[in-house]
Design a protein around this ligand. Structure first.
Ligand code: SAH
Length: 225
């Protein structure tokens, strides 16, 4: 079973949207498991403080290395082979290929940053791999972790049936997906492309391939390399 362990200051945010729809059904059916660990349990003093001011000055607060490490050490058993990820705008951008790799493995340990982020030494000391969900800055890693989990869970066996296993989805073959249509046949004067109603599967496949290439060229020429 795919096991997700989330280290966060806001465990109440989970499962959040992951508790609904496909991922929620899969969670209820035991296709995957979700565990949250509150980093604050290892905080210091009466207020269970987890952060402190940045060395060298500057705005904001930084999550302390010793406190995050204590939380990780208490929450991860020896011999746990799951990748340890830290959601971070500085990380390698998440791709569908990486999602596929993660979904094929035993699960993930995900650390959610807050404030300015976490002390660099815990990233090194606990071998955390920084992963970004895009070139913008969120207020915390929780929503980023949910994005990563949602992408993984839909690929688990029995979650989406044959839908997600298809090779035609966006990014799976290095292209964006072709456009979709469904009934009614005509809507506000716009007709479904004739070829899709022809029943000629070879032609349909060729048209879809051409459309996927056109969209990718127009919108994401970077994918074509
Ligand atoms: N000062 C940091 C940003 C901190 S944002 C910097 O400039 O790099 C607070 C937390 O939100 C981060 O620690 C991280 O866990 C999360 N986060 C923000 N943007 C993210 C992104 N694009 N991808 C993944 N996690 C992100």
């Amino acid at each position: 079973m795919f096991q997700a362990s989330i280290f966060t200051l806001y465990p109440d945010m989970f499962p959040g949207p992951l508790g609904a729809s496909l991922s929620g059904d899969a969670l209820a059916r035991g296709v995957w498991a979700l565990e949250t660990r509150n980093i604050r349990e290892h905080g210091q003093g009466r207020h269970r403080a987890v952060d402190d001011t940045p060395a060298g000055g500057g705005p904001g607060m930084v999550i302390r290395a010793d406190i995050l490490a204590a939380s990780l050490d208490a929450g991860i058993l020896e011999g746990d082979t799951r990748p340890r990820l830290l959601m971070s705008p500085r990380g390698r951008p998440l791709t569908q290929a990486r999602v596929r790799d993660l979904a094929a493995g035993p699960g993930v340990v995900v650390v959610c940053g807050r404030f300015e982020g976490v002390d660099e030494r815990v990233i090194e000391g606990r071998g955390l791999e920084e992963v970004s969900i895009g070139d913008y800055v969120l207020s915390g890693g929780e929503i980023a972790a949910m994005v990563l989990l949602d992408a993984c869970v839909r690929l688990l066996p029995g979650v989406m049936g044959k839908l997600a296993s298809g090779s035609e989805e966006s990014f799976e073959n290095g292209l964006l997906e072709y456009p979709h249509y469904t009934r009614p046949r005509e809507w506000e004067g716009r007709a479904i492309p004739e070829i899709l109603l022809s029943g000629d599967h070879a032609k349909i496949e060729k048209w879809r391939r051409a459309e996927a290439e056109r969209l990718t060229r127009e919108r994401r020429p970077d994918l074509l390399g």
